[in-house]
Design a protein around this ligand. Structure first.
Ligand code: ATP
Ligand code: MG
Length: 411
């Protein structure tokens, strides 16, 4: 590919930037497009991964076929197999009619599996089969279906880590990663940050019918030295905020600084806003977030303990009755149903203790539920109901958010 050809592709897909690594990524996408090889696009959140599967589809022989983009993190675990692979009529309660599924629909086309690291393990097994043989089974059917689909996947999480933690199949990783395309982070793109800022500033000026904002020399330096943890998405959002809020269209470094969260604050949720005030409100919100994170950890721990104890409980015949080090399989489930938090109690503990523990647990659970609900509501409000962005803020997967919205009746 010549530079001019790559420039044309950038223009067509609205990609700004001249960094060598970005140009190379576009070049690889175009080169690999006519083949049927699987491509895995990696890169931090907000780097612009979503244009790449479209480039690959458009430059392939499949361009007249279907292009289906699936956000694997946004589909509830219970329905993902049926969405991807279809189901037979009556396959499960509520399966009134039959469904073709994306793999059936995209026959002759391309499927983009975004956030592929979020796929549940059973779905990963089905996906591996379709990648290896082009064959799949609809949910509730034993009749093998054939399909000719090209897979492009993307992830912003470290799949190697997910593999070592047993959350992602290694064989599937290698199969998806036949051709890897790594999209560079914004902090690796040097002067591109200025080009992108100008482009976004001019787009927002047009959108809001105002003169475009301009950067002073020192503001350009600030933009160049900032690490951009949220990458191009963050730059775009900040440019929009400044375009709307600042009446003086010349943006100095000190004005810009007020929009750039400092390093320490970056660990804090974006729902605190760009400028974190020192008032009670933000402190309370910080506390909410800390509690929310802790709760995630505690829930996970409880689930693990429960799993381990149930395994032991299953073999309880082998456990001598006098052995109080073992735990009884008695499980107390808090009344706030929907959540999978279970608690197990040691054998030999007095009944009273058990009751007291349970009461404490319920109390703790209720107040934490309130906090969690409040935090989720705030995140949803802030993002005008956009679950994807709210989930990012809350540092949970979209699927978990979806479940919690249902659980708390927030929809
Ligand atoms: N090079 C670029 N030129 C112009 N706009 C860009 C560029 N890269 C990203 N963007 C814009 O930035 C935003 C984020 O990009 P995108 O949604 O593709 O991110 P992503 O890599 O898929 O992130 P995530 O992993 O969080 O889903 C989009 O609005 C996109 O249009
Ligand atoms: Mg994306």
């Amino acid at each position: 590919m010549t530079k001019a050809e790559i420039q044309q592709v950038k223009l067509r897909f609205g990609i700004i930037g001249n960094t060598e690594s970005l140009m190379r990524a576009i070049d690889v996408a175009i080169q690999v497009a006519p083949t049927d090889l699987s491509v895995l696009i990696t890169g931090e959140s907000g780097v612009g991964k979503e244009s790449f599967p479209q480039i690959i589809h458009q430059f392939s022989r499949r361009k007249h076929g279907q292009y289906i983009a699936v956000n694997c993190g946004a589909i509830p675990e219970g329905t993902i197999d049926s969405e991807l692979f279809g189901h037979e009529k009556g396959a499960f309660t509520g399966a009134i009619g039959e469904r073709k599924g994306y793999f059936g629909e995209a026959d002759g086309g391309t499927i983009f599996l975004d956030e592929v690291g979020e796929l549940p393990l059973p779905t990963q097994a089905r996906l591996l089969r379709v990648l290896e043989s082009g064959e799949f089974l609809k949910v509730g059917s034993s009749k093998v279906q054939k399909t000719d689909v090209r897979i492009v996947a993307a992830t912003n999480v470290n799949l190697t880590k997910a593999i070592s933690e047993g959350r992602f199949r290694e064989d599937l990783y290698y199969r998806l990663n036949t051709v890897p395309i790594q999209i560079p982070s914004l902090r690796e793109r040097g002067e591109d940050v200025i080009l992108l800022f100008r482009k976004f500033a001019s787009d927002f000026a047009e959108k809001y019918r105002m003169p475009s904002i301009q950067l002073t020399e020192d503001a350009r330096h600030s933009l160049l030295s900032y690490p951009w943890p949220g990458n191009v998405r963050q730059l775009k959002n900040i440019t929009e905020q400044i375009s709307i809020i600042e009446t003086n269209r010349e943006i100095t470094a000190s004005i810009l600084q007020t929009y750039l969260p400092s390093q320490q604050e970056q660990r804090l949720p974006a729902l605190l806003g760009v400028k974190i005030g020192k008032g009670f409100d933000s402190e309370r919100e910080i506390l909410y977030q800390v509690l929310f994170d802790m709760r995630q950890d505690v829930t996970e721990l409880k689930r693990l303990v429960h799993e381990i104890m149930s395994e032991r409980g299953a073999g309880s015949n082998a456990v001598p009755a006098s052995n109080t080090a073992f735990y009884s399989p008695s499980v107390v489930t808090p009344p706030q149903s929907g959540s999978t938090i279970n608690i197990v109690h040691p054998l030999g503990k007095q009944q009273d203790d058990d009751i007291q523990d349970t009461e404490e647990y319920i109390e703790e659970s209720l107040s934490l539920d309130d906090l969690e609900k409040e935090l989720i509501r705030k995140a949803l409000d802030k993002h005008h109901g956009k679950r994807k962005n709210a989930a990012k803020d809350l540092n949970i997967s979209e699927r978990t958010l979806y479940r919690k919205i249902k659980e708390y009746g927030l929809d």
